[in-house]
Ligand binder design. Structure first.
Ligand SMILES: [Zn+2]
Length: 145
């Protein structure tokens, strides 16, 4: 019993540290590609993350650490970063052949602007993949040089 508990908590610790490593690595990669990542309340109320295209500034809402969605949030913003690089400063979709799950639909359908909807659909599509982190890393490498 105690051994099982110990094993479970060790497993939990290793999962947590992998998650933190991913966050730190992705943040570093974004910074190497000229993006500024700050852990502060985004200027848009209620947002978990935000990318300002004009100066490549990414806000990550501190609450995402408590909600345990920090890496997921950074992955989402990293896709917008790749979209910005792909459009050479004017954000555009990457044209990926993946779709977000139906559960993610309300999150991007709430945007009135159709162009914004497409950008968000793509970010949510990547974010909801099992290999979302690896995908984000490779898309950043591909489009931001
Ligand atoms: Zn977004």
């Amino acid at each position: 019993m105690i051994q099982t508990l110990l094993l479970t908590s060790l497993l939990f610790i290793s999962q947590v540290s992998t998650r933190e490593e991913k966050f730190i690595n992705l943040k570093k990669q974004l910074e190497n590609q000229g993006f500024q990542v700050i852990i502060e309340l985004p200027p848009k109320r209620g947002a978990y993350g935000l990318l300002r295209e004009a100066d490549k500034k990414i806000w990550i809402n501190p609450v995402v650490f408590e909600l345990h969605i920090a890496t997921q949030t950074l992955i989402h913003e990293a896709i917008h970063a790749a979209q910005l690089c792909a459009g050479k400063g004017k954000i555009k979709t990457l044209g990926l052949n993946i779709q977000p799950s139906n559960y993610a639909r309300p999150f991007f359908m709430r945007y009135a602007d159709v162009h914004r909807q497409d950008l968000e659909r793509e970010a949510y599509a990547v974010q909801t993949q099992l290999n979302s982190y690896e995908l984000a890393v490779s898309l950043l490498k591909k489009y931001c040089k």
